[in-house]
Design a protein around this ligand. Structure first.
Ligand code: NAP
Length: 338
């Protein structure tokens, strides 16, 4: 399978390393011989229609700041559109940063790739939360696959679990801790008794929070994941404007200590039920399965016939999220064989 990879950051590089290490298993167990034929970053593109040497691509980017620094195969200033229109491929991997609420430029990248007849895998929640129904319709019209399992929960198969494993159940409501950065901050405020600002600074210094963590803190990151879950799992046409959103910047250490006395922790919880879709800080009993610590994520699905089921794990990280890209790639291959 020939792939164009747009975005060569934490997820892109981890995916490149993963498929290099697993090439024989992928071929033997799934019949996949993945070949990355182009990588695009903000500096330009690296292209080899025969398949790139991925270790070399990582070294070139490290040495030059862009994959386009390759002496013979680098194309400085080449854009995503040029690559889509000039490189032969089967799959397009969209791994650029999330921008909310419009999802650009990822949304244009994905639409263009689908129109060109490419199957698409993305971990970028921006385009999917902005335009999932129309993207799915376009993909169906173009007879290609669109997969986005890494957009919610990173490597935790939250979307696949709900869609594939809860078949036959009615999911009546969902509650989730879907943002590892805010969970880490709230956990440090609880365990170390430090202020919101001190916990945020500590998380940034330790590399758990981005330099601009505003989508995490203001609840927009969690809200965009709820939009994806509502549309994909529950078949409800919902957009960001339908969600009540409150972030965690007003949570004080005093609030947290008060709740701790009654054996509860304040968490940023995204909830979906028939009356409301919301993101807000809520007090969760210590013994609830939702009360996970640090940068963990957890989602509770309340169903009519299987009861309440919790899925938990690390909701972020380059390697974990790249595992979702690999899962989607295998899924596309298996779908194409059906
Ligand atoms: N990292 C995680 O734990 C995680 C978890 C779940 C979902 N995600 C999502 O996965 C996506 C990728 O995340 P990441 O952590 O890998 O991001 P990242 O480390 O910031 O890397 C982003 C990459 O995209 C490239 N890029 C940015 N704008 C571009 C453009 N217009 N055209 C071409 N390339 C462009 C960047 O180029 P330069 O290298 O030139 O800057 C960089 O290589 C994001 O949408 C993120 O929200 C990430």
């Amino acid at each position: 399978m020939r792939a164009i990879m747009v975005g060569f950051g934490a997820v892109g590089k981890a995916f490149a390393e993963m498929i290099s290490k697993r090439s024989s298993t992928l071929e033997k167990e799934y019949g996949i011989i993945p070949k990355i034929v182009a990588i695009v970053d903000r500096g330009g593109a690296l292209i080899n229609q025969q398949g790139l040497d991925l270790q070399e691509a990582i070294s070139i980017r490290h040495a030059n700041g862009s994959v386009a620094g390759h002496k013979t195969m680098g194309h400085r200033g080449a854009t995503v559109m040029t690559v889509i229109n000039s490189v032969e491929a089967d799959v397009f991997l969209e791994l650029t940063p999330t921008k909310l609420p419009d999802g650009e430029p990822g949304l244009t990248h994905i639409e263009s790739a689908i129109k060109k007849g490419l199957n698409v895998i993305t971990t970028n929640k921006g385009p999917i939360s902005a335009a999932m129904p129309s993207l799915l319709e376009l993909a169906q019209y173009q007879k290609v696959q669109l997969r986005f399992s890494g957009t919610v929960g990173g490597g935790i198969p939250i979307l696949n679990f709900a869609k594939k494993c809860l078949t036959g159940c009615n999911i009546e409501s969902v509650e989730g801790i879907l943002n590892g950065t805010t969970n880490h901050i709230l956990t440090r405020m609880l365990d170390a008794g430090i202020s919101f600002n001190a916990a945020l600074k500590e998380a940034q210094e330790a590399g758990y929070a981005e330099a601009d963590p505003s989508y995490d803190i203001n609840g927009l990151d969690t809200a965009s994941k709820l939009v994806i879950m509502c549309n994909w799992i529950m078949g409800r046409r919902v957009s960001l404007k339908d969600i009540e959103i409150e972030g965690i910047s007003n949570v004080t250490v005093e609030d947290i200590i008060r709740e701790k006395r009654s054996e509860k922790a304040i968490k940023l919880v995204g909830s979906i039920d028939e009356n409301e879709i919301s993101v807000r800080p809520r007090s969760i009993p210590f013994d609830s399965p939702l009360c996970v610590k640090g940068n963990l994520n957890a989602v509770v699905f309340n169903t009519d016939i299987a009861g309440s089921i919790t899925v938990t794990g690390r909701g972020a990280g380059g390697t974990e999220t790249a595992s979702a890209v690999l899962r989607d790639l295998i899924d596309i291959k298996e779908t194409l064989l059906e």
